[in-house]
Design a protein. Structure first.
Length: 253
């Protein structure tokens, strides 16, 4: 290989790393600004966040045992809400990073990527809040009878709540990741269909690892992820068909 080709490849790798560094820095700044905005509304947001577990708490409130617990809980909450609020902005940064690897016609889907990515992340968090968490609490907080009374700390609840909401939000991005990989030519519809059983097995393992240790939570994550995977397989096929039609037109011309 010639010296010029090696220099070109090295420079290309350096440029990719520089772009990655720039993207990460921009995402951090965006997240910090969004977190600061959300912290100003943390009291009202916390009332909303407390609602799924409130019916199972004596007096309807959480407890805290350290002077910093409540303050740290509000910071965690502001951070999670900051992720949701800044979702379109950091998705745009990610799109700018991966767009050079796409065809020119595929780069026009910027808004589609941002809107669908934001919608899926918010949908995952909403699914966790309105469906998964209430069902999990209904099972966990009533298990073993009603003699024992729960005394849940703010720190424990926020850890559980943020884990569920963020994991569901990230998990619901699965079809978007698969579609982008399909657009880049990394996976195909035939490949996804051939390896469907392995994909479902992987989804089941992920659901078991990132959800609380009960079967209900695992099933609540596994089911929508499986349905979203099947939808992604269909959409990848649509993009493949469009690419083949465009290639055929170019060949005729």
């Amino acid at each position: 290989m010639k010296r010029e080709e090696l220099d070109s490849k090295a420079q290309s790798l350096y440029e990719h790393l520089a772009d990655l560094r720039k993207m990460l820095i921009n995402c951090v700044w965006i997240l910090l600004i969004a977190t600061g905005i959300c912290y100003g509304f943390s009291e009202k947001i916390f009332d909303f966040v407390r609602e799924p577990i409130r019916p199972y708490l004596p007096g309807g409130g959480l407890i805290y045992t350290g002077p910093l617990d409540k303050f740290i809980a509000h910071l965690k909450l502001a951070f999670v809400c900051g992720i949701l609020l800044s979702c379109p902005f950091w998705l745009y940064q990610i799109w700018k990073f991966i767009a050079p690897g796409l065809y020119a016609k595929e780069r026009k889907y910027t808004m589609g990527f941002i809107i669908s990515g934001t919608g899926l992340f918010v949908l995952g968090a909403a699914f966790s809040y309105w469906i998964a968490l209430p069902m999990a609490f209904q099972f966990l907080m009533t298990f073993g009878g009603d003699i024992d009374k729960p005394m849940i700390s703010i720190d424990q609840y926020m850890g559980f709540f943020t884990q569920m909401c963020l994991m569901f939000g990230v998990a619901f991005e699965l079809p978007l990741v698969i579609i982008v990989l399909g657009m880049m030519g990394v996976v195909s519809q035939a490949f996804l269909r051939k390896n469907r059983r392995y994909a479902i097995m992987t989804i089941a393992v992920i659901a078991a690892v990132i959800t609380p240790p009960d079967l209900l939570s695992m099933v609540m994550m596994l089911t929508p992820m499986w349905l979203l995977f099947e939808a992604a397989v269909l959409i990848v096929g649509v993009f493949e068909k469009k690419r083949e039609e465009a290639y055929a037109i170019n060949e005729r011309e």
